[in-house]
Ligand binder design. Structure first.
Ligand SMILES: [Cu+2]
Length: 140
């Protein structure tokens, strides 16, 4: 492998990493209105969509991350999260809930349903597989 090829490969890695970091920096800015204790009910910020099964909360996985990034839930009550990833224009190949031991692939162009029953109140974090795009369940 000559130096040019190595440089190209390095450049690709840097560009990919930058994209992820950028998305990670921008997402919190866009979701500041959801911060603090005034978290609106999840239903208020989610438009109904055909690809989300009845009773589920639709989460769009877009360029800047998970939308909504904050989702209300109730302890002990089953929650259906429908992750819709319209295309591959982000790094969210999968969604991970580290506290719950859940890891699911998010194929582009599909809706992936994740069933969760939060065990107790408190925040439950979720993220892309690289822990860059982030979201949170607010469990009461
Ligand atoms: Cu990522």
């Amino acid at each position: 492998m000559d130096v040019g090829n190595k440089l190209n490969a390095l450049l690709l890695v840097i560009v990919a990493a930058l994209g992820c970091v950028l998305a990670w920096k921008i997402a919190p800015l866009l979701s500041t209105s959801f911060s603090g204790s005034r978290v609106p009910p999840a239903a208020a910020s989610v438009a109904p969509a055909l690809h989300a099964p009845p009773g589920s909360v639709l989460v769009n996985v877009n360029m800047v991350g998970f939308d909504p990034a904050m989702i209300e839930a109730k302890a002990g009550q089953p929650l259906k999260l429908a992750f819709f990833r319209p295309n591959a224009a982000n790094c969210a190949d999968e969604v991970v809930f580290p506290d719950l031991g859940i890891r699911k692939e998010l194929p582009p162009g599909q809706t992936t349903v994740v069933d969760i029953t939060p065990p107790k109140s408190g925040p439950i974090a979720f993220a892309c597989g690289m822990n860059m795009l982030k979201g949170k369940l607010i469990v009461r």
